[in-house]
Design a protein around this ligand. Structure first.
Ligand code: B12
Ligand code: SF4
Length: 511
């Protein structure tokens, strides 16, 4: 039970404003993916309240936009996944409290949904929306506007001076009942422009969410916590209609499907591709696939995927070692990864294959796959199809997953409060017991330099061929990186140090 003396007043009768904050999700310069979550929960309230949607990465004077609007406010909402977003969210909550301690603060998103009671114990949070907020958030607002705490609002948990109240969970919503994604509530053009400026590219790209959930059981994945391994997709006609709409409205060149598993239903994918072709939409698109599904698609559907503009599929390959694939319950084999690479090559589609190193192993035992093993496998993938980008991540255990429980069993300390979770992310877990500093440096080198130069993807090919005078430097680096990757000798990496030193001034960043 929380004994903090708060001044929250749940009686918000007559108040007109709602402020929603989407904090920066990660350290460093990630490509901005739209903060769709705060737009989705705000959409049903449009026209009824004065809405202030603030994305820390996009909204100019983002802090003032929240803090100057606390005078006549129903509540402030904060969206967060585990890690850095919590840190930024707590900092904003403290500032809100300092100006108007009576305003209720509502948290939602993956992390608060996993630990609603723990969140409510923090002074930064009064109410948590567990899971989807499309209906729960408007109902929370309805309760506050009627002058009371969210008593009986399914899917909500809230703090009271007498203790924390947990309402029953809300069943999953049918995705086809959702309102069309309310892009107009976000500053989409500014997000596109920031991304273009950062990546020196002309391609205008935004995300579209066409399905939710995934039937997979991967032991490191948080998706099942929110969607209970239940996959549902928007009907193909709706995807075609809404994608056409955003392409026209924002003059887009590319749409990135941010679904957990876009390719779960082959008939739907086929219908979407046919629709894109028939409408003459002429866009590029990118989506995620499981390694064991994509190469099993029918040739005629693969042909449609290419023809409709698919430029790249993102495959979570994770590992090539059988014991590791079993440990993480991937439901795919190394052979599936190689088959997926061949299908990409044969149909002229690029790929991004992600791998993870540093899965937990019992104290005193050796890892079942080293970074060195992974590099040898990646080499095979690259030789099949050079337009497969690869990225190795260092494993970060996310709560609510079987591998998180295993990591804790093997000795990883568990954060115990919202404040402690704020520092939990890949950048700060540098002392991971499963990946040493030497291996981390190796991963940084191959991710950021050796592989992109040794195996040029379509973007790098352009730089090697048309990069003005710079193309000669690119070609030299390409030859050196290729020799390193082939020989697996990365000692005395002079070229890497030079690259790191001069990259910003001389070369374009590698996205
Ligand atoms: C876009 C995205 C990103 C973006 C933005 C993150 C974000 N906060 O949205 C970027 C690229 C930055 C990103 C980075 C990472 N991500 Co990510 N990402 C996603 C992705 C693909 C889509 C999220 C999305 O936009 N959904 C659409 C919106 C509409 O849905 P939603 O966010 O779930 O919001 C709903 C509810 O959660 C709720 N809600 C959300 N916010 C709020 C706020 C309030 C006030 C209320 C009331 C309700 C509410 O209502 C919304 C509508 O129903 C998901 C996977 C997925 N398909 O969901 C992973 C996911 C969120 N990412 C995840 C992870 C692990 C990461 C990384 C750590 C990966 C990595 N190894 O680098 C990094 C973060 C690094 C860090 N923390 O330092 C995990 C999160 C796990 C966790 N415990 O939090 C997910 C679930 C992937 C997975 N299956 O494991 N990611
Ligand atoms: S396939 Fe992807 S989304 Fe599905 S459970 Fe595995 S990691 Fe999660």
């Amino acid at each position: 039970m929380n004994m903090v003396q708060r001044k929250t007043d749940y009686d918000r009768r007559g108040k007109k404003k709602i402020a929603l904050f989407f904090p920066t999700p990660a350290y460093g310069h990630y490509r901005i993916e739209l903060g769709l979550a705060i737009a989705v929960i705000a959409a049903p309230l449009e026209g009824k309240y004065e809405l202030h949607l603030v994305d820390e990465r996009v909204t100019p004077n983002y802090e003032q936009e929240i803090l100057n609007n606390l005078d006549d406010t129903v509540c402030v909402g904060i969206s967060s996944i585990t890690g850095y977003q919590i840190k930024r969210g707590i900092e904003m909550a403290r500032k809100v409290r300092a100006i108007n301690p009576e305003v209720p603060i509502v948290w939602g998103g993956y992390h608060p949904s996993l630990f609603p009671e723990q969140c409510c114990e923090s002074e930064a949070c009064d109410i948590v929306c567990v899971g989807q907020g499309d209906v729960t958030f408007p109902e929370i607002v309805g309760s506050l506007a009627a002058g009371k705490a969210p008593e009986g609002v399914t899917g909500s948990v809230y703090w009271t001076p007498a203790g924390i109240v947990t309402n029953p969970p809300r069943p999953l919503l049918n995705i086809n009942d959702d309102l069309p994604a309310p892009y107009h509530l976000l500053d989409v053009n500014r997000a596109i422009e920031i991304n273009q400026h950062r990546n020196h590219e002309k391609i205008r790209t935004i995300e579209f969410h066409s399905s939710q959930g995934c039937p997979g059981k991967c032991g490191y994945c948080a998706d099942a916590q929110l969607y209970q391994r239940h996959w549902t997709g928007l009907d193909a006609e709706r995807v075609i209609r809404e994608v056409t709409q955003i392409v026209k409205t924002y003059n887009l060149d590319q749409v990135n499907f941010s679904d957990a598993n876009f390719f779960a239903n082959q008939n739907r994918v086929k219908a979407i591709c046919e629709g894109f072709i028939a409408s003459g939409l002429n866009i590029r698109w990118v989506a995620s696939a499981r390694p064991d599904t994509f190469h099993r698609y029918k040739p005629e559907v693969l042909e449609l995927i290419r023809e409709s503009g698919c430029k790249r599929i993102i495959v979570g390959a994770e590992s090539a070692a059988e014991p590791v694939l079993q440990l993480i319950n991937k439901g795919a084999t190394a052979e599936d990864h190689l088959k997926s690479a061949r299908v990409c090559r044969d149909y002229g589609i690029g790929g991004t294959f992600t791998f993870i190193t540093g899965f937990p192993h019992a104290p005193g035992t050796q890892p079942q796959e080293t970074t060195e093993d992974l590099l040898r496998f990646i080499e095979k993938v690259k030789q099949i199809h050079p337009d497969i980008r690869t990225k190795i991540f260092v494993f970060t255990p996310y709560p609510g997953t079987p591998l998180y429980d295993l990591a804790v069993k093997y000795g990883m300390p568990e954060p115990k409060s919202l404040e402690e979770w704020a520092d939990y992310n890949p950048a700060t877990l540098k002392e991971s017991v499963w990946v040493g500093p030497e291996e981390r440096r190796m991963i940084e080198k191959v991710n950021g330099f050796y592989y992109p130069f040794a195996y040029p993807d379509s973007n790098m090919q352009l730089k090697l061929q048309n990069g003005g005078m710079k193309k000669y430097a690119y070609r030299l680096l390409h030859a050196m990186a290729r020799a390193r990757a082939r020989s697996h000798f990365y000692g005395m990496p002079l070229e890497w140090m030079l690259f790191k030193t001069f990259r910003k001034e001389t070369f374009e960043p590698i996205a």
